[in-house]
Design a binder for this molecule. Structure first.
Ligand SMILES: [Zn+2]
Length: 238
């Protein structure tokens, strides 16, 4: 069974209780020897590791890890602070935004996010796209293809995170947000409509990406009722 590790809770001296998702479910299991660097299960002691595992029932509250084969590790030689903080933020979202029984719906987007982050080192666009997927899967889809209030597709004048999408000229009210430039609205539309992780930060203005990152962060906090704890590590030195 292919899994992605989300958290490891130390248990006894060298064991760990692992929380993970597979493509079909969220699961918790005991991994013996996971804290021992020489153990064949040691690779599982890093969050966001993808592995093929086999579980067995034993004399324990959770299933026990029988065997594991690492398929992908987020670790690499040149990990800078932003890279690590991005991994932490992705993992934080997985642990806190979704109920236990719904986490697995994020599996394909999570797997591709970590691969994309490792391969491109593009923390900003990877996180923006991951956030857009999380927002959609979480049921808070933003409307970027028509006016969110009346459905028309022309004369769009603003994007309102409060209302959840584009607003046309006729529906616009003076108290609505109107702080994104046309360029920023087009970029937001591309991010929300992107089915995977194909967008690259280098094709856009850094200030636009950072502004949207800030908007997405606040939108997620509001929509999911969650306050980010690791975000400071990313935005303090932007
Ligand atoms: Zn409208």
């Amino acid at each position: 069974m292919k899994i992605i590790v989300l958290s490891i809770t130390p248990y006894k001296e060298k064991d760990g209780i692992v929380n993970a998702i597979s493509e079909n479910e969220s699961l918790t299991f005991l991994a013996r020897g996971i804290k021992d660097p020489k153990s064949k299960n040691a690779a599982l002691n890093n969050v966001l590791t993808v592995a093929d595992i086999e579980l067995m029932d034993g004399n324990f509250a959770h299933p026990i890890l029988k065997s594991s084969k690492p398929l992908f590790s987020p670790l690499k030689v040149d990990m800078d602070a932003k890279y690590l903080a991005s991994l932490m933020t992705i993992d934080e979202m997985m642990l806190n935004l979704f109920p236990e029984e719904e986490k697995q719906t994020m599996f394909p987007y999570l797997e591709k996010a970590v691969e994309s982050l490792k391969n491109t080192n593009d923390w900003l666009m990877t996180l923006l796209q991951f956030m857009a997927h999380a927002v959609r899967i979480g049921g808070f889809q933003l409307e970027v293809n028509r006016c969110v209030l009346c459905g028309r597709t022309n004369n769009i004048v603003t994007f309102s995170f409060n209302d959840g999408g584009f607003i046309c000229e006729d529906c616009y009210q003076p108290e609505m947000e109107r702080d994104l430039t046309k360029e920023q609205m087009i970029l937001l539309r591309k991010i929300v409509n992107c089915p995977d992780y194909r967008l690259k930060s280098s094709d856009y203005k850094n200030e636009d990406l950072l502004l949207l990152f800030d908007k997405f962060t606040h939108y997620i906090e509001e929509a999911f009722g969650y306050h980010f704890k690791n975000m400071r590590l990313l935005i303090d030195s932007k």
